[in-house]
Design a protein around this ligand. Structure first.
Ligand code: FMN
Length: 197
């Protein structure tokens, strides 16, 4: 059973990629299998509102989203991370979210999957929790089960303060919340019947 992690940063291998992978590491420690997708370098166009996915289970846009849909179907839990841009999530992640309407319109295939959010910002008050709420709102729209970072403190999810690539590795407190998200998503997926090795 798979826990999928998606990073919405356009900077490959930078802070958000690192944090989502760190959360997946914890999910693996719980016994889950994991897969990681960085939207950096991928071509995921915004939804064009052609609405063909209301008629058939297919998107009219032929791009990298085509190989993400099957992973959304397959995963038992999802971790989504975004850098904070102008106090919100990135355009790259929003394009992915809008295109994921295919899942909703064709049988709510994300229903009941646990989902956790991670945000990375340069400043402590730069919009971390707002960005997490935006990700949570998308998860609720997909009828997913939103989880946070769990005990011992349990707040909204993974919040990391980092500006230049590599700085996330220095935010020990933030990385604890990130690991908590991985643990929560894997644990709740198991409670819902996911079988790990
Ligand atoms: C266009 C843009 C807007 C940004 N807006 C914010 C912001 O509103 N608040 C903040 O704290 N940091 C902001 N940042 C900083 C990023 O969130 C920060 O550099 C983060 O580590 C980027 O994640 P990445 O390394 O995964 O790309 C912004 C960066 C860019 C490029």
């Amino acid at each position: 059973v798979l826990i999928l992690g998606i990073s919405g940063s356009p900077r490959k291998g930078a802070n958000t990629d690192f944090c989502v992978q760190e959360a997946l590491k914890t999910a693996r420690a719980e016994g889950a299998e994991t897969e990681f997708i960085s939207l950096a370098g991928l071509n995921v166009a915004p939804c064009s509102a052609c609405d063909i996915c209301e008629e058939i289970d297919q998107c009219s846009i032929d791009d990298d989203m085509g190989r993400i849909y099957p992973l959304l179907d397959k995963c038992a839990g999802l971790i989504v991370g975004s850098p904070v841009y102008m106090v919100g999530l990135t355009a790259q992640l929003k394009a992915f979210m809008d295109r994921s309407v295919l899942e909703k319109r064709n049988g709510f295939r994300m229903s009941n999957k646990p989902g956790g959010a991670i945000a990375v910002a340069a400043r402590r008050n730069g919009g971390l929790e707002i960005t997490i709420q935006e990700i949570h709102a998308w998860m609720l729209d997909q009828d997913m089960l939103v989880v946070g970072d769990g005990p011992p403190y349990s707040h909204m999810g993974g919040t990391v303060v980092a500006y230049k690539p590599g700085e996330a590795e220095g935010d020990d407190w933030g990385l604890e919340t990130v690991r908590g998200v991985g643990r929560r998503v894997a644990t709740v997926a198991r409670l819902l019947g996911a079988k790990y090795k």
